[in-house]
Design a protein around this ligand. Structure first.
Ligand SMILES: Nc1ncnc2c1ncn2[C@@H]1O[C@H](COP(=O)(O)OP(=O)(O)OP(=O)(O)O)[C@@H](O)[C@H]1O
Ligand SMILES: [Mg+2]
Length: 293
């Protein structure tokens, strides 16, 4: 019998939903190399739905390459990368790309905005690509809405990247990453180069967007304050793989020298103290006389 199986069955085989459910990103046995230069070897990582996962590691440890592999821009030597139930390690063909690429948004290290387009036009790029039939006015309204959602003033939509401050450019990059209402948000060093107030503002925006839009966030950062403030778990990249993953207290309980140096070095201690001080302030507000129930 050459009966065609029902479409749903075909779809289900193409996208095993079990993987998609609790873990929208599952990386197993990943190996990446550029010629003889091995970047990742036997790297495993499972990202939980709805979490902000911080990805840390020394400069050159392969954080950006890992992100590029997960979004299908870097073909690995071997291993499996399931994203939203789709195997992307063997490449993403056009049909698969049309279905899954709109489900993630990416803010690249350095922004990668088109300098000859205004902020709104930058945000319109993915809308044009994935929804070519969208009416011009509607597309422009969506773009302006995303610009505001990213905390930029309305008029920023009509400016060119060169007319914006570094912090505003980051937010413009975020607006473009959010253009298609993604489920997954990839942020590569979003607070690098921002002053502490700008960085804290970007952090709270990330947390707020995660909570209101139900996003899962893959966040590469060197910023210890960001890790303490908004990350649910942290994955540590070293020795070509993820050597540890967990909450910061869980990581601190390990005795790996890099982890101890990173979180217990002077900057790590300062970030921890700030967080404890802020938590203490919250507690004293909760328990202040007359503030209770
Ligand atoms: N296209 C490429 N061709 C060759 N080597 C590359 C390429 N992209 C990255 N690499 C190398 O892979 C390694 C990891 O790079 P990657 O950009 O992932 O580091 P990173 O952890 O993101 O560092 P940083 O914190 O400085 O951003 C580096 O040694 C880099 O030189
Ligand atoms: Mg990088």
């Amino acid at each position: 019998m050459s009966e065609t199986p029902p479409t749903e069955f075909v779809e289900r085989r193409a996208t095993p939903r079990e993987e998609e459910g609790d873990f929208p990103i599952v990386v197993e046995g990943l190996r990446n190399a550029f010629g003889p230069h091995v970047i990742h070897d036997n790297l495993d990582l499972r990202v939980r739905r709805g979490e902000i996962i911080g990805v840390v590691g020394g400069s050159g440890s392969g954080k950006s390459v890992l992100m590029r592999s997960i979004i299908g821009l870097q073909a690995p030597v071997s291993g499996s990368i399931m994203v939203l139930g789709n195997e992307v390690a063997d490449g993403i063909d056009e049909r698969e790309g049309a279905l899954i690429r709109p489900r993630w948004g990416v803010m690249f290290q350095g922004g990668a905005l088109f300098s000859t387009l205004t902020v709104a036009e930058n945000v319109e790029v993915p809308l044009r690509q994935f929804h070519p039939d969208l009416d011009d006015e509607l597309r422009s309204q969506i773009a302006r809405f995303k610009v505001q959602l990213s905390g930029l003033p309305e008029e920023a939509a009509y400016k060119y990247p060169s007319e914006l401050s570094g912090g505003m450019r980051k937010r413009a990059g975020l607006a473009r990453a959010l253009a298609l209402d993604p489920e997954l948000l990839f942020l590569d060093e979003p607070t690098a180069g921002l002053d502490p107030i700008g960085a804290a503002g970007f952090d709270s925006l990330t947390r707020e967007l995660k909570e209101t839009l139900g996003l899962t966030v893959f966040l590469i950062t060197h910023d210890l304050d960001t890790l303490y403030e908004i990350c649910d778990r942290v994955a540590v990249l070293a020795e070509k793989r993820v050597i540890a993953i967990g909450t910061i207290p869980e990581l601190l309980a390990t005795d790996h020298p890099w982890i101890q140096e990173y979180f217990n070095g002077p900057r790590g201690r300062a970030a921890k103290t700030t967080q404890e001080r802020l938590a203490g302030m919250d507690a004293s507000i909760d328990t202040a006389p007359g503030q209770g129930t």
